[in-house]
Every structure is written in C-alpha cells, then in structure tokens.
Ligand binder design. Structure first.
Ligand code: BYC
Length: 324
C-alpha cells in the first residue's frame, strides 16, 4: 500500500532514481558518496538531526537529578547514563554531517526552532522516581524505535544505531531497577513510582509520533527504509511489552480502557491526547522555553571554546603550510 502511495506522489522515474530504489529494495546500504534523491538526503538530515538534538536536550531532565541522586552509586550510574546520551548525540551529528550539513548548522536550526527534538523532553522531572520512569519508559520507547533502525538503509545511521541500542538497553534496565526499588519500598516511595508512571505514560506513547493517519512522512520514509515500521506499529509493540512490566512492579498503567485483545494478540489502549502532542511540538509544552533557553545558554557560553579551537587549528595549519 505504501509503495503505491509513494509512487503516485513522487514522479521521479529517472534511471538514477529507479536504480536507487532497486538498491533499497534489495537491502543494500546507501553510503554518503552514493547518488541519492534530494528528498532522501533531506529526510535523513531532518530525522537524524532531530534524533541527535533529542539526545542532547534529553540530558537536561536527567541532569537535573545528578546532584540529588539518593546514593553515591545511583549518582555514578546516572552520570554515566547522561554522558552516554551526549555520546549518542555526537555519533548522530557525525552521521548527519556525512550528508553535507554541519553540526553548527544543525545546532543553529535547533536553537532558532527550525529543527525539532523529541516531545518527551518538554515534560519536567519532578521526583527521583521520574529517573526510574524516564529510564524504563522513555529509553524503552527509544529502544523500540531504534532497534529496527539498525537495519535502516543509510549506512552511517544504521551503524550508529547499533552502538546506541546497546547502551540504551543498559539505560532501560537502570530505570526499571529504580522503579523496582521504589515500588518495593515504603508506601510513600511506591506512591512516587506510581505518580511518575501516571505522568510519563502518555508522553511516552507520543514519542512514536502521530497516529498513522496523521503521519506525513511515514509512507515515503518506509519506502526508502529510513523508517522500518509505522508509528502505530511501534506504539502497539511498546504497550504490549510494557504493560506486563508494570504489572510485575505492582503498578497500574493509567488507562482504564486497557484490555487484552485475544484476536489481535495485543492490548487495546487509549490514545494520547493528540492536541497536547501538537501543542508540545509547536513549542508550547510545559518545558519548551526552559529547554531551549538552557541549550542557547550552553551555546553562547561555549563560544570562546569553539573560537579558541578554531584559532588553534588555523595556526597549526598556517605553520604546516609555512614548513612545506
Ligand atoms: N517529537 O510524519 P511523522 C532518545 C514530528 S529520544 C517531536 O510521523 P516522522 C533518548 C515530525 O518530526 C528519541 N516531533 O514524522 C532517550 C514531523 O514534523 P516535521 C529520539 C515529532 O519523522 C532517552 C511531524 O511530527 N528518537 O533517543 O516520519 C534519553 C509528523 O510526524 C515527534 C528519534 O528521533 C515527537 N515525538 O516520524 C535521551 C528516532 N513525532 O519534522 C534520548 C528517530 C513526530 O515534518 N526518529 N514528530 O516538522 C523517528 O523515528 C521519527 O522521526 C519519528 C517521527 C517516529 C519520531
């Protein structure tokens, strides 16, 4: 169905485009110097760039708790996780740079609102239990999306995903471990865990993007294997995986309509509030202003470092040229 829709929407029947699609259909990887349609390049820059920004902005809600982690061990683990997110951002910026855009250009587009980052990071982290919920649900949703992306058609993106997924699995387990500890703790700790689940459940479902009928990019992105599944397919898999985990914790998913559907072999569940989702991605979520202000501050305050590194590189280069 998707392939038919795409064919009628795009009219590029050039020999190059036909050969390109044949390579994708045969499961070949596309490498940076290969010919690619302008739309393929543009979509990848948008998606990989947005993904990279999500990793970097995603450090903020968790960084908020590093100084307040309840034990030295928890602090060390959280610190390592937040550092991993920075690393993921860097691999992804590098992957996007192979498509002809610089990291500085992408950063400027993030800072002035031309590029997005994941909606989830516009929600606040109010208690320590939120570190559990973020690791368990947010990293869990990220893995659900990213495991198939290890097979995505663009070589540098798929290779970056392999490493990212390994680290995300550790992140999810550390989140679940926090939830487990709190759910088995005092009644107050269990209530904090339940409250975190209540607040992060629907925003986590939103991470997969709008429902398929409203997803503007899915058809073309799937034909190009930039996306491997639809938004609704991944959301369903996430719910099916996560509900038994919540039951194991003794916590309740905040959805009274949740029921197992024998026929489809999955849960029926309530959709998130899509009006809220579209407001958040337009910049009107609870923390959008704060997140972008933090990134702008870091960018402005890091200018002297960037300038210094550039001046140093220019001097070294000039010395090298003079010596030759
Ligand atoms: N947030 O046509 P659609 C992580 C936008 S975090 C914001 O379905 P697409 C991490 C979309 O960009 C996860 N915007 O789009 C975990 C488009 O607008 P534009 C980061 C969203 O691209 C812990 C419009 O809505 N992962 O890893 O086919 C700590 C229509 O949507 C969202 C990735 O980025 C959203 N949730 O599908 C730290 C994975 N959803 O661009 C970090 C790679 C949709 O036309 N990305 N929009 O203005 C993807 O797989 C896809 O881009 C999406 C959306 C599934 C997210």
């Amino acid at each position: 169905m998707y392939a038919q829709m795409v064919k009628s929407e795009t009219a590029d029947d050039s020999a190059e485009a036909v050969a390109f699609q044949a390579r994708i259909d045969a499961g070949e990887k596309i490498e940076p110097k290969d010919w690619m349609p302008a739309g393929y390049r543009k979509t990848l820059i948008r998606q990989i760039g947005q993904h990279a920004h999500s990793e970097i902005v995603g450090q903020l809600p968790e960084g908020n708790w590093i100084t307040r982690a309840p034990t030295l061990e928890r602090k060390a683990i959280l610190l390592a996780k937040v550092q991993d997110e920075a690393g993921h951002g860097l691999y992804l910026y590098c992957a996007a740079e192979t498509l002809g855009v610089t990291r500085d250009e992408m950063t400027e587009m993030l800072l002035d609102g031309r590029m997005k980052y994941s909606s989830i990071f516009n929600y606040p982290t109010l208690t320590w239990a939120d570190m559990g919920a973020v690791g368990w649900l947010v990293d869990g949703a990220a893995i659900m999306n990213q495991v198939p992306l290890q097979r995505t058609s663009f070589g540098p993106y798929s290779r970056a995903m392999i490493r990212v997924c390994k680290e995300e699995s550790f992140h999810q387990r550390q989140g679940y471990d926090i939830m487990m500890k709190m759910a088995q703790g005092t009644p107050e700790q269990k209530a904090m865990a339940q409250n975190a689940l209540n607040r992060f459940w629907y925003p986590s479902l939103m991470m997969f993007g709008p429902s398929d009928k409203d997803s503007v990019h899915s058809a073309q992105s799937m034909a190009w294997k930039i996306k491997m599944n639809t938004n609704d397919e991944l959301r369903q898999k996430f719910v099916d995986q996560t509900v038994p985990q919540a039951e194991y914790l003794g916590l309740t998913v905040p959805d009274e309509t949740l029921t197992w559907n024998e026929e489809k072999g999955g849960y029926d569940f309530a959709e998130p509030d899509w009006d809220e989702f579209f407001e958040v991605i337009k910049g009107n979520g609870p923390c959008n202003t704060e997140r972008l202000a933090a990134r702008n501050k870091a960018w402005d305050e890091g200018k002297w470092v960037r300038d210094g590194l550039l001046a140093h590189a220019e001097k070294r280069n000039a010395r090298k040229v003079a010596a030759e």
